[in-house]
Design a protein around this ligand. Sequence first.
Ligand code: PLP
Length: 385
Amino acid sequence: MKRPATGLSTRAIHGTRTPPNVGDPVASPVYQSATFLNPIGSAKNLLYTRYGNNPNQIALGEKLAALEGAEDAVFLASGMGATSLSLMSVLSAGDHLISSNWIYGGTRKLLVEEFQRLGIAVSFADPTRPDGWKRHIKRATRAVFVETPTNPQIRLIDLDPIAELCNSKGLHLLVDSSIASPINFRPLEHGADMVIHSVTKYLNGHADVIAGAVAASRKVISRVRELLKMWGQAIDPHAAWLIERALKTLAVRVPRHNSNAQEFAEWACEHPKISNVVYPGLDSHPDHGLAARILDGYGGLVGVTVKGGTRAANKLLRKLRLATHAPSFGGTETLVSVPRFTSHAGQTKKQLRDAGIPEGYLRISIGIEEVQDIIFDFARALDSV
Ligand SMILES: *Cc1c(COP(=O)(O)O)cnc(C)c1O
């Protein structure tokens, strides 16, 4: 019998591990150690947890690389740590970056405030216009940064034409894929050079760890590791161990998020107090065709606009019992957030409108509870609005 290509679930559980020896533990132990016995008479292969080469950190990197189809991957202490080091691995003072205009608020702050201070220029392109990227290219342009699906509008960006452009101009293409997870979408298969994750979201998936990761070629990851040693965003071994454990169920959790979200979105479409529902799995979604072509699952995020704006939305939030009003997404429990006050806090009315965030807009991270319980919670809360 021919050996089938190893499936994502198998990769998420076993990584690239060789068969254990008799007496070895089946689950990885936590290597809660800052430092390790090193070879005498050599500075080679020093093991030190800040270097990112603690066995828990290494095991995780191998798993993510296997899931994304990358040569290598490295985990960091947060999603922002992963974003900042990835960008710094390809940009220097005097360089220019083209970023999608629709990105996580924290990333925007990094690009606008910190990168400006460091002498790295950034232009923001409208991701809904396929010709938008080309217009921004300058002599100093080195890289393009894209987030897809986007947060919190839940729009999809077609990477293939962007990758083609980057390829022809010698630019690095970095993609924040936190919302999709490798179960639903793998950017490297569409020409991206680097995949960035806020592991805090679906990869860990239990709302109990802050972490980030980057997957790319061996060469790029070794540069990220060099920066990690100097800038110091290493992940703690215990956090790494929790994530390795969580990854074992990634390929079970994500399809459940997908199917719950689809059912919730279809229900929300019929509700008289909801004026608009955004979910890539709905025919009405502006990118549904693209989503159907490139995604293996439509994801766990649903955007709804409540009739009656902010007042009505706040009333709804106060009445929810099961769903929790909290930032972040991708965990087992259903969370609701108001992007105007979380990921996009502090933005002007015009910026919010440009970013496609209307008043009364809620981003719901559908958990893996029974979907009828989630629906009931929202139905009852909407009754009082
Ligand atoms: C949450 C998030 C981040 C930041 O991740 P942290 O783990 O909170 O540092 C970056 N990008 C996206 C798309 C996110 O949702």
